[in-house]
Design a protein around this ligand. Structure first.
Ligand code: 6PG
Length: 261
């Protein structure tokens, strides 16, 4: 990967797995922004469009700011399609909306055509919203899949090991691409719509961003030897024909075993 050498310290590269640690969220976010630019250029050259799925939560906020400011002139926004890996079931203007956050932090600041923004209609009943979003995905399907092969998916990880809205204890053998789920975490909206691992694992690149000491213990378990995808949903992310890049700050990487780092 061309930008693996820029900033941060590469801790590990095994097959399609890369782990990089940074002093803090600033260089981590800068690196992520550069990776997104690089991936979008490659996708546009090869396929004429860049299919990009976002996440929510606090960790990507600086990255979003960068995409809407320093990096905004480096993306060919006309050819970029924005999706979400998960959404909280609240109206789009609610402060808890993942769409609302991205809209405010960068989508309102760049020249992206409105039809290129494909949000989850989370103001509907959750099951309806999931159905509607599956239809949206079908319009971008990469046959034989019934959903698009995303060029890049951003993911975070909760202190409980959840990712997107795949929560501990939830089913590990989903057959649907999109699900309406319930998950309790830090008082955030519990009703959610999420892509399932079937869709996430078909992506070309998955970029996990994990920061803060409160995630260190869980991160060491998720990346450790013990496999427990039922309780540690982040372990369900394992693209078969793509790369997964874990970007962490030093605090989150603090408990990784020597074997990993
Ligand atoms: C959401 C997410 C979720 C998030 C993690 C980490 O809607 O909440 O997409 O999976 O990435 O909860 O959140 P933080 O970055 O706030 O720790």
């Amino acid at each position: 990967m061309a930008c693996a050498g820029r900033g941060g310290k590469i801790k590990s590269i095994v097959n399609n797995f890369i782990l990089k640690t940074f002093a803090n969220i600033e260089p981590l976010s800068q690196w992520a922004a550069e990776k997104i630019i690089e991936s979008s250029r490659e996708a546009l050259l090869k396929r004429g469009r860049f299919l990009f799925a976002l996440n929510g939560g606090g960790t990507p906020r600086r990255l979003f700011e960068l995409l809407g400011s320093d990096f905004r002139g480096q993306m060919d926004w006309d050819k970029i399609h924005i999706f979400w890996g998960d959404e909280r079931c609240v109206p789009p203007d609610d402060k808890e909306s993942n769409y609302g956050q991205a809209r405010e932090m960068f989508l309102n600041r760049v020249d992206i055509p409105e039809p290129n923004i494909h949000r989850v209609k989370a103001e509907l009943e959750p099951a309806e919203a999931a159905k509607d979003y599956s239809q949206t995905l079908k319009r971008f399907a990469s046959p034989p899949l019934e959903w698009p092969r995303f060029d890049l998916v951003l993911l975070g990880m909760g202190e409980d090991g959840h990712t997107a809205s795949l929560f501990p204890g939830s089913s590990v053998d989903d057959t649907e691409p999109v699900l309406a789920v319930t998950g309790h975490y830090q008082g955030r909206p519990a009703n959610r719509v999420t892509l399932t691992p079937r869709v996430l694992n078909s992506a070309r690149t998955i970029l996990f961003m994990v920061a803060g000491a409160s995630k260190a213990e869980t991160l060491s378990r998720v990346l450790g030897r013990e496999r427990n995808p039922k309780q540690l949903p982040a372990q369900r992310i394992d693209p078969k024909d793509g790369e997964v890049i874990w970007l962490t700050d030093e605090a989150a990487a603090g408990k990784l075993s020597k074997e990993i780092s």
